[in-house]
Design a protein around this ligand. Structure first.
Ligand SMILES: Cc1cc2nc3c(=O)[nH]c(=O)nc-3n(C[C@H](O)[C@H](O)[C@H](O)COP(=O)(O)O)c2cc1C
Length: 662
């Protein structure tokens, strides 16, 4: 292996009987990369395999949901697989076993280890009748002794299958919203029998599972647990108590590794921390586990670690032995090889927008494709393998607009050998990303701007900034293909009386410093994602008194459960008051008129100095229309928000897909 500046990160580690080639780990992430529910298809192998070929040493892939004592035809709602249907109860099916054997082979060929995580979810059955997941309202079925025994055996049976298919290790999932977690947590385990009590008693379920699994797999596989270092949940286990339980479990001698993270699936923080948290913000839980446990037990820590330098430091400074870098690999499956080879500027760093988990945690229909805001290949690995090829003959390509769509079209076209000119009217690439980075807690979004800037120069794209492209300017470049990625502009609801008053401004303009507000601000929200919370927080951070009038049930209703807790907690912390279900009907000099979204009742609010609008945005495609009418360009494309304003992932994919076919 070549020399590397990250010697700790790229040194091998013996974990029980398993030799891990380096310290970079894909912790289990059920991103649903298989297009066939309950089977491991070629997409799954290509997706997780790409990380192994990209240099990640430990591949945790996707969890095995264990079976429950119901007939196979039982609907999900009853069958406990709520929200997580893809691999439910299938580990005994021949297709599943065949698929996993093939997958483990692929991982081994790439030189990595395959780790199987075993999970019982707990949403609808649990040790006590306390809802386990705040986002779901089930009062769970309380497990009886026979059911507990059944569950313990399923771990052992599944572990035997994991051994048969060639896995190198088994991880019992005891964190997050799992059944094992709900035995460990004082917030969900109120039992007074042998399964409940203090920390020593609440670990019993986990220890019984470990014993049974060890019997089933023997010593040839490594065995470990995933545990929550601190729940951050009202009534949940604090860090010291979690340390105590982890120590008691380790004392049994049954585990080779402990994989620790922080947070709750609905919490602030959640265990998939967003950009609002610092990188490795909770690393002390790793350090504590490393200090507490016998050195023979490897400690893994994860939580927003997206940079090889940071990961190297965590190992060197004794925070952990293995580093979970899951979304780092989602954003760039080759980041480990790039890090080892010192190609640091080529790494597309995860920006922790949580798009991957937000999509994957919602009920889904198949075929489903995972998405990443910045990596267009994610979930489409097979398609890229089939379709990506150097251009037959290099073309002269002009791209107008340097937002995500324009950059990705340019990047992919240039990678394929085309000669690309990118015209951008602003003084920097990035488009709407440059607005997003101004929001508190979104600084890391700038990493993607740096990535694109670097890629443009690495690939020889001729970037012309401060350039207003028009039809003549484009024709003067004699292009064979033109991509119009001119983005969108904020929507102005002209139908609302008073919209032209001088104290009415656009949220984007406020964030870019093009408009200012008075002290008391009404933010009028017609969007359900991050834009309104970002604008509100931006204003509150500058000392404004902010009230949001939002059209639907709650702010950020498109933000899924792993992230919404953080967004709402930040609104609370910065004193933003939110009024849901209101639609603005008129702006007057001395007040605002609203109608209730559902009931039709009207309301009047007074006392605001400024009104800030967040009404979504309107595509800007005049240039495309003109070029089309003129007919001089044979290959003409409209990309990203200029076609339809959606989210980052859509702009990225749209641009990259065009780059792929030019
Ligand atoms: C799409 C997705 C699915 C996940 N599914 C699981 C899972 O099934 N089991 C699990 O233990 N953790 C799961 N996680 C959490 C990750 O293992 C990891 O702890 C988390 O992403 C934080 O690490 P990172 O910042 O390196 O991404 C999932 C994360 C993502 C992004």
């Amino acid at each position: 292996m070549s020399e590397t500046q990250f010697e700790h990160l790229f040194s091998p580690l013996q974990v029980g009987p398993m030799r891990v080639p380096n310290r970079i780990c894909e912790t289990t992430n059920t991103i649903n990369s298989s297009m066939i529910p309950g089977e491991i298809d070629e997409n799954f192998i290509a997706h997780h395999g790409a990380k192994a070929w990209g240099g990640t040493g430990w591949i945790g892939s996707e969890t095995w949901l264990l079976n429950v004592p119901f007939p196979p035809e039982t609907p999900d709602e009853i069958g406990l697989s709520v929200g997580f249907a893809s691999h439910f109860g299938t580990y005994q099916s021949p297709e599943f076993i065949k698929g996993w054997a093939k997958f483990c082979d692929e991982i081994h060929q790439a030189g990595s280890v395959a780790v199987v995580q075993l999970t019982h979810l707990s949403a609808v059955w649990a040790p006590s009748s306390v809802p386990v997941v705040g986002a779901q309202d089930y009062t769970p079925h309380v497990l009886g002794d026979e059911e507990i025994e059944f569950c313990i055996n399923t771990y052992a049976d599944a572990a035997a299958v994991a051994k048969d298919v060639g896995a190198d290790a088994v991880e019992i999932h005891c964190a997050h919203e799992t059944l094992a977690y709900s035995f460990l947590s004082p917030a969900t385990n109120y039992r007074t029998d042998q399964w409940g009590g203090g920390p020593r008693e609440r670990i019993r379920f986990v220890v019984e599972v470990l014993k049974r699994v060890r019997e089933s797999i023997g010593d040839s596989l490594a065995l470990g647990i995933r545990i929550t270092g601190e729940e951050y949940r009202h009534g949940g286990a604090e860090h010291l108590e979690m340390r105590e339980m982890a120590y008691y479990i380790s004392e049994t001698g049954l585990i080779d590794f402990l994989d620790v993270d922080v947070g709750h699936c609905w919490g602030a923080p959640s265990y998939v921390p967003s950009s609002y948290y610092e990188n490795a913000a909770f690393k002390e839980v790793g350090k504590a586990a490393r200090a507490d446990l016998d050195s023979k037990i490897a400690v893994m820590f994860s939580g927003r670690i997206n940079d090889p330098g940071l990961a190297e430091g965590l190992i060197k400074d004794g925070y952990c032995d293995l580093v979970g870098m899951t979304r780092a690999g989602i954003a760039d499956s080759e980041f480990a090889n790039k890090a080892r080879e010192g190609r640091l500027l080529e790494i597309r760093r995860c920006i922790s927008c949580t798009r991957c988990i937000d999509e994957a945690s919602e009920p889904m229909t198949f075929p489903y494709t995972p998405t990443c805001s910045i990596n267009p290949v994610l979930g489409n690995e097979l398609r890229w393998k089939e379709q990506y090829r150097p251009a037959d003959e290099p073309k002269r390509v002009v791209v107008v607009g340097g937002g995500l769509a324009g950059c990705e079209a340019s990047r992919v076209a240039a990678m394929r050998g085309h000669q690309v000119t990118l015209l951008e009217q602003g003084d920097r690439l990035g488009g709407q990303l440059l607005i997003a980075v101004k929001a508190p807690g979104r600084d890391d979004f700038e990493d993607q701007v740096y990535f694109e800037e670097n890629e443009m120069s690495r690939l020889g794209v001729d970037v012309q900034l401060k350039t207003n492209a028009d039809v003549d300017a484009i024709n003067a470049l004699s292009p064979d293909a033109v991509v119009i990625a001119t983005g969108s502009l904020p929507r102005l609801p002209r139908e609302i009386p008073g919209i032209d008053l001088p104290n009415v401004v656009q949220g984007w303009d406020v964030m870019q410093g093009k408009a200012s507000t008075g002290d008391r601000v009404a933010v009028i929200s017609q969007e359900d994602y991050y834009e309104t919370p970002c604008v509100a927080e931006f204003l509150a951070e500058r000392g404004k008194q902010v009230e949001v009038f939002h059209k639907s049930v709650h702010l950020g209703s498109e933000i899924a459960r792993y992230s919404i807790g953080m967004v709402l907690s930040r609104m609370e912390q910065c004193g933003v008051k939110v009024h849901p279900n209101l639609i603005l009907t008129e702006i007057q000099a001395d007040g605002l008129e609203f109608v209730s979204s559902f009931g039709g009742k009207t309301y009047r609010e007074v006392g605001f100095d400024s009104v800030v609008l967040v009404y979504g945005s309107v595509p800007q495609h005049d240039l495309y229309d003109q070029l089309k009418a003129e007919g001089s360009v044979s290959q003409l494309y409209l990309a990203g928000s200029a076609w339809l304003p959606r989210f980052m992932a859509e702009a990225t994919q749209h641009g990259a897909s065009i780059g792929l076919v030019i």
